[in-house]
Every structure is written in structure tokens, then in C-alpha cells.
Design a binder for this molecule. Sequence first.
Ligand SMILES: Cc1ncc(COP(=O)(O)O)c(C=O)c1O
Length: 440
Amino acid sequence: MSAKLTTNDLEPFWMPFTANRQYKKAPRLLVSAERTHYTTDDGRRVLDGTSGLWCVNAGHCRPKIVEAIRKQVGELDFAGSFQMGHPKAFECASKLVNIAPPGFDHVFFTNSGSESVETALKMALAYHRAKGNAAKVRLIGRERGYHGVNFGGTSVGGIANNRKWFGSLLSGVDHLRHTHDLVRNAFSRGEPEHGAELADDLERLVALHDASTIAAVIVEPVACSTGVLIPPKGYLKRLAAICAKHDILLIFDEVITAFGRLGTPFGADYFGVSPDIITTAKGITNGTIPMGAVFVKTKIYDAFMSGAEEAIDLFHGYTYSGHPVACAACIATLETYQEEGLLTRAAELAPYWEDAVHALKGLPHIIDIRNIGLIGAIEFDPIPGEPGKLAHTRFVEAFKRGLLVRATGDIIALSPPLIIEKKEIDQLFDILSSVLKTVN
Ligand SMILES: Cc1ncc(COP(=O)(O)O)c(C=O)c1O
């Protein structure tokens, strides 16, 4: 166990997406983890109700993954992928395309979800240019969308706090309406009934900008970071059809929904919708080593392969694209998912999970409960003038009582490791309901 930190030790680290001064007055520190639990610096076990940050899908410190990383770093610590290669990157890419939805036969490596998004947006622009449609330069995101924190992702993102501090962002970006509709859909189980027609908002933007100027639409199949907005039945299919009609590429940002979260390998499989590009990260290495991957359809890859053979086809990439240690971690992660059936396990647990989360209905302040796959969300009626307070106080109290949840705005989001057992789901909701009943 690590020694206790002093306040001075806490000061230099400017923590991301954190109220630094508040946190450092009462820090919450995790020092080890195993399977579904963390251990805190004061020796308490905490049930991980959020898979770390939506990434530790197979649970923590899985021996096969840990061993693969140890071995790789001692054998080949680094090798680049610019005009060079190493076998693990090729093996990893082949294994990834094997579990991808049909038609996704190439993969581009990044180091995070944010980088996967930037990569996908740049690919979309370059694709249209390569096809002779250089005027297709606009990018369409969606209100309340989260696509990471780089400039492209921030621009297509739709969470006001993530945008307003950072100037005018990319030009030529517009946003679809979000799909959250408490009046018609509160307390829906799974996909809500109402709102497929919201996809037609893309026709409004096409009418405004003209399809000849629009390169791509990017959406999360389930918008998780904003507080779990589940697409209404039929919405994604309708959006895909409109994109196809206007030669607009559809990018699914599956940084959270890929690798089994919904009970299928990818969200695209769950919704039966085939986008053109899929961005991933997080669960790709079970959270162990930073890595992301962008999956593209054959038509995208082929568009870049028509120039001179000796010319670089895509002027884009990262020093650590296809890093050997990340690739080793990814291969061991995919094997673990396969061996334990984790890419589909959420489908088996989903009905039990759904009943458990909806049993919270009626507890104080709750105005909506949502679920899909092994994801749940509880939305509170915000206190006027104190946005986010209800969720934050409940998150802090749950942590004290042995449960890690994610607070985002006035919403608590849940996404436990896919290895969770039913009795642990019971424990999770026992703790959470006692918190929701007793915290003012
Ligand atoms: C849909 C989506 N895209 C992008 C990102 C950014 O990923 P990262 O934090 O790895 O850059 C996230 C992170 O939560 C995400 O949920």
C-alpha cells in the first residue's frame, strides 16, 4: 500500500475534468484493483460500478493481459509504424477486424478516443477529396454529443461546458438536435419508443448547407458521457439512410459501446446499422495501456489506394500508432473477451440489470431511469442554481459506502465490468438505493 499523501503532494497534479480545490480537500484515492473491485488507500474495497472510466470491460488486473504487457515491454519496448513495422501490430489489426461488423476490414491505430475521433474526421474529409468531392468539408455532430477533447472532437461535440471556453473551434461544423425527451420517454426500458423522426433533422441541415458541402455525420450510438441518452427506436437506421442518400459518411463513435458494452461486439451490431467509420478506444486494451483504433469500410481504404504506389496514402499518424505494448495488451484483451464470452455477456445480464436499475423508481429526486446492455442512468430533478449537486453528493456518499459510480451533470451513470455476477449487481443496487434514500 502506498503511504498517505500530504496536501503538498496532491497540489502539482492538475487533474482533468475535476474540481481540483474541492477534490484535494477530501481526496479519494485508489491504490489497487482486482476483477470487480478497487481498494482505497485506507484499505476499503470499492465495487467498480463504472469499469474505471467505461474501459475495464473484463475487470481489473486480469492475469493474461498483465502478463502479455510484462512480456512485451521486455522484448520489444518500442517500434514505430511509419514505413516500418512489427508483427504484433499486424496480428492485432487482423484480430480486431475479425470481430468487427461486416465490411470493416481495415483499422488505423491511435492512442485514445479523442485521437480516434480526430483521425476519423480527417479521414472523412480526405476521403471526399480523394473521390473528387473536395467541396464536402462540413462536419455534423449532435447536441450533447461527446467526442473527446481535441479541437475536432470538441467542435463536433455538443456539451456546452466542454465548448464555451475554447473559442470559435472548427469552422463549418453544425449539430443535429439531441434525442433526450423526458416528456414522452421518461422511465423507458431499453430503446425509447418516441423520436425516430428526430433523425430527419439531418434533412434540415442538408437543406441549409446543401449535401455537396457535407462530409460526415458523427454520433455516439448511445451518448454515454452526457448521461446516457439511448437512441429512440429506428432513429439510427433513419439517420444512416439519410446519410447514404446524400453521400454523407456516417461515423459511429463507439469509444464506449464497442467491445461488448451493449451485449454485442459493437454498437453497430446491436442496432443493426452499418456506418462507414467506427472509432474505438477504452475497452480495446481493457483500459490497461492507452490505445484507440479507427475501423473503416473497404470503400474508404480503397479510395486512398488509387495514387502512385510509392506515395504515402494518408498523411496522418502518431508516434505511438500500433505501439507494441498496446498491441500486446489488445491481443490478450481480445483473447480474454473471447475465452470468457464477454462480448455478448451483457446480453445475458441485461434483463436482470434492467429490473434492478428500474427498481430505484420512486426514490427522492429521480425524474428518469434509463438502461441498455450493461449501462444504466438515473437522472435527478436539478436544484435550481446548483446544477450537478444532487449527483455529486450521491457519488461521494456511494464511494464512502463502497461503490464507485459516475456523476455527470444531474445524472448518475453505471457501467460495471462485464464479468460482474448477479449477486454483485444486487450489492451495487443495495448500496445505491441506501444512498439515494438517505442523502438529502
Ligand atoms: C464517445 C467518446 N468519444 C471519445 C472519447 C474520448 O476518449 P479519450 O478520453 O480516450 O480521449 C470518449 C471518452 O469518454 C467517448 O465516450
